[in-house]
Design a protein around this ligand. Structure first.
Ligand SMILES: Cc1ncc(COP(=O)(O)O)c(C=O)c1O
Length: 439
């Protein structure tokens, strides 16, 4: 039989870089073990919540395992009502369940939405690795909007205004991820209001990916874009991050105000593509959205641990000569800028941002991070996403619960005890910088 051919757009898709980092580590391990190297690896590439699924959600899933029937494509009503209540309690959003659709993870929801909504997409860069491959797979036109390190990669309304003035077409959609993967920054209400003004002016819809909303370290700092731009915002969120159930595959999308027809259009697409999100998962998820003290406590504890780990590691990386790190205010990433070292990097034949990841993982440095294309950086922009989840989440959770750190010093001790590998990564980074600068 002849080789089976695939459509050209499939060949253009590559494995996501966070997974590639895992493969790079595996390869380096092989090389190192044959060379007798015993140095450890710093897994700062893959960004998954390290915590256990909250027990009430686990129990609810097993209690609902018998629900073998098909269910509503847009999500069962009880779940959408629970999602509406959750959004009211946590974010002050008043949303009719008719505006809510449930999908198999926010990734799938984002994919469906960009396929449905007319016009090009504005993708701010650096960005989460997941957006661009989806757009490529769909053949969707997009514009990369490069953000500036001097503003911590925050969207500047004037820059957006100028950028949008050069775009053609009657309608656009911008992805606004807040809190932001990969920088960890959180937009203030005033910043969002100014961005919304520009969006109104240029008829830009906002795809507000707020999957890390409840991982904002100080919830007073979080405002949903749906509050300031309700007529033009799609809000996506789900169980994957603050409730650590990425594998359950359940997310929700709130449609813009007065756009109920879109929910119906969405239902048609969902019914055509995947019928419904797994019915037991939907019933279980009701427990994760309804008021539940244990889940609230879980979210509070895990958010504090993310804050402690991110504050520690970004401050230490920032102190390393030639490295500038953002200070995360939410989620579990920060972004490190290595451009001060660009002349030395070129001299050491690290010619592109993609090669920065290869250099950092090489022996004996062994630091796994995501760089380059995957973050939508220009080839000569040396930047890296650092995920700070390299520790045993259950152990850290129990430790925090039994003995919550009360001071900055306690927090440092907490990091040293629970994530010695992250602590050690700093020494390895310093050694790598010395190597890059050496003749
Ligand atoms: C910014 C961002 N959006 C969306 C997702 C995907 O979430 P889900 O598991 O709901 O598809 C992720 C997961 O890494 C993410 O970091």
């Amino acid at each position: 039989m002849k080789e089976i051919l695939v459509e050209p757009h499939v060949n253009e898709i590559v494995m996501p870089d966070n997974l590639k980092v895992g493969l790079m580590i595996a390869e380096q391990r092989k090389r190192c073990s044959s060379g007798g190297c015993n140095e450890e690896y710093y897994a700062l590439g893959f960004g998954q919540s390290p915590f256990h699924v909250p027990p009430p959600l686990v129990n609810a899933l097993s209690e609902n395992a018998h629900q073998g029937h098909y269910s509503a494509a847009e999500g069962i009503l009880e779940l959408r009502q629970a999602v509406a209540g959750f959004n009211k309690r946590h974010f002050g959003l008043d949303v009719d369940p008719e505006r809510i659709v449930v999908g198999p993870g926010t990734k799938d929801l984002l994919n469906t939405l960009v396929g449905m909504i007319k016009g090009g997409v504005i993708l701010p860069s650096p960005s989460w690795i997941g957006y661009r491959p989806q757009l490529n797979l769909q053949g969707k036109h997009f514009h990369t909007f490069h953000l500036k390190p001097e503003f911590d990669y925050r969207i500047q309304p004037n820059d957006l205004d100028e950028f949008a003035s050069d775009m053609e077409g009657e309608q656009h959609m911008m992805v606004l991820n807040n809190p932001h993967n990969p920088t960890g920054i959180v937009y203030s209400r005033q910043e969002l209001e100014k961005i919304a003004e520009v969006c109104r002016k240029h008829n830009i819809l906002v795809l507000a990916d707020e999957i890390y909303a409840l991982d904002t370290y100080d919830m007073n700092n979080f405002t949903s874009m749906g509050l300031v731009y309700p007529e033009g915002t799609f809000i996506t969120n789900g169980l994957s991050k603050d409730r650590s159930a990425g594998g359950y595959r359940l997310g929700s999308c709130i449609m813009p105000e007065n756009a109920e027809k879109l929910a119906k259009d969405f239902k048609k697409v969902a019914a055509t593509v995947y019928t419904n999100v797994s019915t037991p998962t939907q019933y279980a998820a009701i427990r994760a959205y309804e008021p539940n003290d244990e889940i609230e406590e879980y979210i509070n504890i895990t958010r504090q641990i993310h804050r402690i780990m991110g504050t520690y590691l970004s401050a230490r990386w920032n102190q390393v000569d030639g490295v500038r790190a953002t200070i995360p205010q939410g989620a579990f990433y920060f972004f490190a800028d290595f451009n001060e070292l660009s002349a030395d990097l070129k001299r050491k034949e690290v010619a592109t941002s993609n090669q920065l990841a290869e250099s950092l993982i090489s022996c004996p440095h062994h630091i796994g991070v995501v760089t380059g294309d995957a973050n939508m950086l220009k080839p000569d922009d040396y930047g890296a996403r650092i995920a700070f989840v390299d520790y045993d989440g259950k152990k850290a959770f129990d430790d925090y619960k039994d003995n919550p750190p009360k001071s900055e010093l306690d927090e440092i001790e907490f990091v040293k005890k629970n994530s010695p590998m992250m602590v050690k990564s700093v020494e390895s980074l310093k050694n790598w910088v010395n190597y890059i600068k050496s003749n």
